[in-house]
Design a binder for this molecule. Structure first.
Ligand code: C2E
Ligand code: MG
Ligand code: MG
Ligand code: MG
Length: 276
């Protein structure tokens, strides 16, 4: 009896495992196919100066728009793309597309910076920084207008390679922004050691600003960051109260649904013209 039960359980787990494996293999294939079929699109979320309420930049956020399944959010495929290395190829497409968008906007007088999210795998590939610097040179782009959003995950190993890559990018004029700051691996020593220009306070801390401790936490990050000559960006700002508090503690920039959701390039253009 026990044996029979055990065998059934074994079959059960195998079937379930097969299903999970199949789903991943399918997603893996579809993800690559989607690039060939041009089903990825970059959306752009405005980055706003808190003092002036002007749009001074845009963060590129990838969307996978499948003709059958519809809209697939990045959290559902970026982690897998990081595991199976597809992020290298996809990341290259993202960089090219975002840089071209930057150039097109410059041509029509939309003078803003572009932030590009770079995953750890992508950043750690050989010569990442040289390839990017060459692209920016070839396209005659002002590197000061380009911001790379990286996460603390890249910094945990504290290797010379990461330091040297960041320094090369930074010396060339490209800006480095530490995304999702405060979550996960935070170590304040990163801020001393690495050439960083922006800190992005994670949405979870912005959400927490209705409590006294939450407020103190955010104010402390802002003050400390500014003393280290960093610009502070608050992400995921959804309410006027959050914005007012951020203004009262002189936070530099914000993004969030309160101002605007990520938009297609075309919608961004219209929104920008109406606001700036
Ligand atoms: P992230 O870089 O921290 O981006 C912020 C996320 O918060 C975005 O989600 C954005 O749409 C969302 N968001 C912005 N304002 C608000 C708000 O007021 N309320 C709420 N609830 N959400 C807000 P999205 O676009 O789904 O991207 C999720 C994550 O996927 C990103 O987090 C980033 O880690 C990754 N990702 C997105 N695009 C790319 C990309 O092009 N390359 C790489 N490597 N990763 C990307
Ligand atoms: Mg980001
Ligand atoms: Mg973020
Ligand atoms: Mg995030």
């Amino acid at each position: 009896e026990a044996k029979k039960h055990g065998r059934n359980r074994y079959h059960f787990f195998t079937a379930e495992l097969n299903e999970a494996v199949l789903r991943i293999i399918n997603l893996d294939k579809q993800m690559r196919q989607a690039l060939k079929e041009k089903n990825y699109k970059l959306y752009y979320q405005p980055k706003v100066c808190i003092k002036t309420s002007k749009i001074i930049g845009a963060e590129a956020l990838i969307r996978w728009i499948d003709p059958i399944k519809g809209f697939i959010p990045p959290n559902e495929f970026i982690p897998l793309a990081e595991e199976n290395d597809f992020i290298i190829e996809l990341g290259e497409w993202i960089i090219n597309d975002a840089l071209n968008q930057y150039i097109n906007w410059q041509k029509i007088g939309i003078d803003i910076s572009i932030s590009i999210n770079i995953s750890a795998k992508q950043f750690l590939q050989n010569n990442f920084e040289d390839i990017l610097i060459k692209k920016i040179k070839d396209k005659s782009i002002n590197p000061n207008k380009i911001i790379l959003e990286i996460t603390e995950y890249i910094l945990i190993d504290q290797t010379d390679k990461v330091y040297l890559s960041l320094k090369k990018l930074h010396d060339f004029g490209i800006n480095i922004s530490l995304d999702d700051f405060g979550t996960g691996y935070s170590s304040l020593s990163y801020l001393k050691k690495y050439p960083i220009n922006y800190l992005k306070i994670d949405k979870s801390f912005v959400d927490d600003m209705n409590s006294k401790n939450g407020k103190i936490f955010v104010e402390t990050i802002v003050k400390m960051g500014q003393m280290l000559d960093l610009k502070i960006v608050a992400e995921g700002v959804e309410t006027i109260e959050q914005l007012q508090y951020l203004k009262s503690i002189s936070c530099d920039l914000y993004q969030g649904y309160h101002f605007c959701k990520p938009l297609s390039a075309k919608d961004f253009e219209e929104f920008y013209k109406a606001k700036n």
